[in-house]
Design a protein around this ligand. Structure first.
Ligand SMILES: *[C@@H]1O[C@H](CO)[C@@H](O)[C@H](O)[C@H]1NC(C)=O
Ligand SMILES: *[C@@H]1O[C@H](CO)[C@@H](O)[C@H](O)[C@H]1NC(C)=O
Ligand SMILES: *[C@@H]1O[C@H](CO)[C@@H](O)[C@H](O)[C@H]1NC(C)=O
Ligand SMILES: *[C@@H]1O[C@H](CO)[C@@H](O)[C@H](O)[C@H]1NC(C)=O
Ligand SMILES: *[C@@H]1O[C@H](CO)[C@@H](O)[C@H](O)[C@H]1NC(C)=O
Length: 819
């Protein structure tokens, strides 16, 4: 579907570009309002010349512009053009070969222009032409040469206008058979009998002969005689019938057994009506129709009482204006002819009542249309003779567009019409219905559209096959209608489709322009027989289910046909989709598979989290973090201490010679060997060179010298600060003990700080330990081991003296230079 649309757009684009490009000289304006069916509608474009249009156009509408002429080249190349309209311009000149290339032209409309003469050469190549409209141009005759000679396919022809004065025999030569002929000859002065007489069969004739009927009835008679055939409906327009004389032409038609007569825009006196009826006395007229009638009389038509109107079957009156409404007697005067027709329509004629006596006369009536009148509940009761079943053959009753309010009244009035099948009570004022009503058992069709109903009740008959409730105020529909085939609910306020099990036989459902949010496959499947659904123009919430369902439905995956076309289904929510046709919506998987998406992304996040944790653990990140944090705290308190010291002006106090960092497990060695050896030097040490070297050293041991109650890292920090050196007793134990790690690292940080020399740290290896035995994360220790010489605790006793000497030496280190 999407691809197709794209293709269309591409094509359209190509046409548009093309339309614009084809303007080489810049003089002729161009029109590119062509649609996909290649219909170019350039009406109301203020063109003064025929504009350039793609020559692939099939239909060209140039109506209502200011075009004054058609030149020989204006339409060259339009070989495909089927329909051309120049209606409503000011075309005065058309070049004889202007239409020469229009080989395919089927319809040509030149009506309402300024053509003062017709030229047969225009039409010489239009052999495909079927419909030609030349009405309302100021030509007075059709020309010396038969203009329509070459139009062998012509089926619909209209010509004439206010200026037409003359029609001669042979004017229509070449025209043989017509479906429709329209002649405007309101000012016709001369008519050669037979001028229109050669056309047969003739489908339908419309004549405007205002002037001839008033002043030249012989001419009018001649025209009517030429075009009247029993099977040809005759429509007479713009007649002004006053006296006996103006009606005489009908005798010509009467003679030729006219069957269907219609008057449009008729102005008639009582006398004229009577005379028409007299003229048609005994003529098998079956249908008499008047649209737009002004009656100047008082309805005194009894004079025609004796005429024979038995064959009249259909009587249609619309838009009747009675000038003397207060003197008007009523249609009852036509009683003599009311017993025959089966079909009577009196539409929009301000009828406020049809008296019961009139209804009695309508004994053959099967179809009564009183729509758009002034009936009320009361006068409807009179018209229906209080529901006593007068008009017993009535099958169709149309009282649409009247001021009716009581639903129970209408049901009461028709309940005895035992043949009634159709009831049209649309466009009325019904706002509620009673719980129960009785209807004729034959009623199949009920139209209550455009009323004001808010609810429906079991008052509606179960026999209905077609029910129109569109454009009411219904909020739901819950009523079992087993026979229903068509249900119209458009223009209400329904939130959802009515359940399908209510209507086992429903085939068509229209529910456009309601407030439906959605519907789904299950909803549609509940309708056993639904074929066509019209549900566009609703407030659709474009959820994934709905979009998916509708898109697959549009593609024909469903049994139900969305009859109103995909473009009627437009999203109303969510906001970012508002206004988009559902068929074109593309929802992402994030929106549509939310649960799946959330669980998958949670899973992934969890997995990544775990992976990260494992990784961090493997890289000892926690240890580093802990260390950094501890160090930062210690650093801060150390800084604070230094500040305090600076403020009080006291010098940095070096209380210890060395801070000994060791593992708890090496404590015995430290306490039993290291401490005694350094803090209580033996006098008899033979290697002692001078007194100074034998000076006791003060050591800081965390066990012994840390202030209880202080945080351990603080303690370590301050111990280191107050010690000249830091001795690391390295062993497997050291490496595995956390305390030592802290200490070691702090020492490193201090080393980094640069406020101590590179030999602040002294390493003692209690057991042989290579650099590689130290875990990689102690990179600083490793570095230290490679940069600083370390002392190894000798495995054999004899060499311990040398060890202690070296250690003392290292501990005193620089001091010796200072002293
Ligand atoms: C062109 O548009 C006018 C209204 O703008 C419309 O009345 C007419 O029917 C259109 N003609 C065709 C051929 O569709
Ligand atoms: C009308 O005129 C015709 C013939 O001219 C005549 O036969 C007829 O009686 C007249 N009708 C009336 C009502 O004057
Ligand atoms: C209706 O007809 C009856 C007799 O057929 C008559 O008595 C009555 O006056 C008529 N009513 C009207 C309003 O003409
Ligand atoms: C009743 O009249 C209205 C208006 O004239 C028309 O639209 C409608 O189709 C008619 N109904 C029937 C059932 O003929
Ligand atoms: C019901 O009546 C309305 C208005 O008169 C008309 O437009 C509509 O087509 C009718 N419905 C049916 C189903 O004929």
């Amino acid at each position: 579907m999407g691809q197709k649309t794209n293709l269309y757009f591409t094509l359209l684009f190509v046409y548009l570009c093309w339309g614009q490009r084809s303007n080489p000289d810049g003089e002729r304006s161009s029109c590119n309002k062509c649609d996909l069916q290649l219909t170019c509608n350039c009406s109301y474009g203020r063109f003064t010349h025929v504009p350039m249009v793609t020559d692939r156009a099939l239909t060209l509408d140039l109506s209502f512009n200011d075009i004054t002429g058609v030149t020989s080249y204006d339409l060259t190349g339009h070989r495909r053009l089927r329909a051309l309209s120049l209606h409503g311009n000011r075309v005065a000149t058309i070049h004889p070969s202007a239409f020469d290339s229009l080989w395919s032209l089927e319809e040509l409309d030149l009506s309402d222009n300024q053509l003062t003469a017709l030229n047969h050469k225009w039409f010489r190549n239009l052999e495909a032409l079927q419909k030609l409209n030349l009405l309302n141009n100021p030509y007075s005759c059709l020309g010396s040469h038969p203009v329509f000679q070459r139009l062998v396919r012509l089926r619909r022809l209209g010509f004439g206008g206010p200026a037409l004065e003359e029609l001669k025999r042979g004017d229509l030569s070449g025209v043989t058979e017509l479906e429709e002929l329209t002649v405007h000859g309101n000012n016709l002065k001369s008519y050669e009998s037979g001028a229109l007489g050669d056309v047969w069969p003739l489908g339908r004739v419309t004549l405007s002969l205002h002037g001839p009927f008033l002043t030249n009835t012989a001419l009018a008679s001649a025209v009517l005689a030429d075009v009247t055939y029993p099977e040809t409906p005759l429509i007479l327009e713009d007649l002004h019938l006053i006296g006996n004389k103006s009606v005489q032409p009908f005798r010509a038609s009467a003679k030729r057994r006219v069957r269907k007569m219609a008057f449009n825009n008729l102005f008639a006196s009582d006398e004229a009506i009577v005379n028409i009826l007299v003229a048609l006395d005994g003529v098998p007229v079956t249908s008499l129709s008047m649209d737009g009638v002004t009656l100047t009389g008082e309805g005194r038509w009894e004079a025609a009482k004796q005429t024979d109107q038995k064959s009249i079957d259909e009587f249609f009156v619309r838009n009747v204006v009675v000038l003397n409404i207060f003197k008007f007697v009523s249609f009852l005067q036509l009683g003599f002819m009311l017993e025959y027709p089966r079909k009577v329509s009196v539409i929009n004629s301000r009828v406020y009542v049809m008296p019961c006596n009139t209804s009695h006369l309508l004994s053959n009536l099967q179809y009564l249309d009183l729509s758009d009148n002034l009936l009320t509940d009361l006068t409807l009761a009179e018209t229906m003779c209080n529901g006593d079943g007068t008009m017993k053959d009535l099958r169709v009753l149309n009282v649409s567009g009247n001021a009716l309010k009581s639903f129970s009244t209408v049901s009461r009035q028709v309940t005895k019409l035992s043949k009634l099948t159709h009831l049209d009570i649309s466009r009325t004022g019904y706002s509620s219905m009673p719980e129960g009503c009785s209807w004729p058992s034959t009623l199949r069709y009920l139209n209550i559209s455009r009323a004001k109903l808010t609810t429906i009740t079991p008052c509606l008959p179960a026999t209905l096959e077609v029910l129109d409730l569109s454009n009411n105020d219904l909020k739901d529909f819950m009523l079992i209608l087993p026979a229903l085939r068509e249900l119209h609910l458009s223009g209400n306020k329904l939130l959802k489709l009515p359940p399908g099990w209510l209507f086992p036989n429903l085939q068509t459902l229209t529910i456009q322009a309601n407030t439906l949010n959605r519907f789904d496959r299950a909803d549609l499947q509940s309708y056993g027989r639904l074929q066509d659904l019209w549900a566009g123009q609703n407030k659709f919430a474009c959820s994934c289910d709905f979009v998916h369902f509708l898109q697959s439905g549009i593609k024909g995956g469903e049994d139900v046909h969305l009859a109103d076309g995909e473009e009627s289904y437009v999203c109303d929510s969510p906001l970012y989709l508002q206004g988009q046709p559902v068929a074109q919506v593309q929802l992402s998987i994030v929106v549509c598979q939310r649960v799946l998406f959330v669980s998958v992304s949670c899973g992934v996040a969890l997995f990544v989290g775990i992976l990260l944790c494992v990784l961090l653990w493997r890289l000892h990140a926690f240890w580093y973090v802990k260390m950094t944090w501890a160090w930062l705290r210690a650093k801060r308190s150390s800084l604070r201490r230094r500040h305090r010291r600076d403020r009080s002006g006291s010098e940095e106090l070096l209380s210890y010679d060395a801070f000994v960092s060791y593992s708890e497990r090496d404590a015995s060695w430290v306490e039993n060997c290291l401490v005694p050896e350094l803090e209580e030097p033996r006098e008899n040490d033979e290697d002692s060179v001078d007194q100074r070297t034998l000076r006791p050293l003060t050591l800081c041991l965390h066990k012994r010298d840390f202030l209880p109650g202080h945080w351990i890292v603080d303690n370590i920090m301050s111990a280191m600060e107050r010690s000249r050196r830091t001795v690391f007793v390295l062993s497997e134990n050291f490496v595995q003990s956390d305390w030592c790690r802290y200490e070691l690292d702090f020492s490193h940080f201090q080393l980094f700080d640069g406020n101590a020399g590179g030999d602040t740290a002294i390493l003692i290896l209690l057991e042989p330990l290579s650099k590689d035995d130290i875990p990689k994360r102690f990179c600083k220790l490793r570095k230290l081991m490679s940069s600083t010489t370390y002392l190894e605790w000798p495995q054999d006793e004899e060499r311990s003296g040398e060890f202690w000497r070296s250690l003392r030496h290292a501990l005193r280190g620089e001091d010796e230079d200072d002293y």
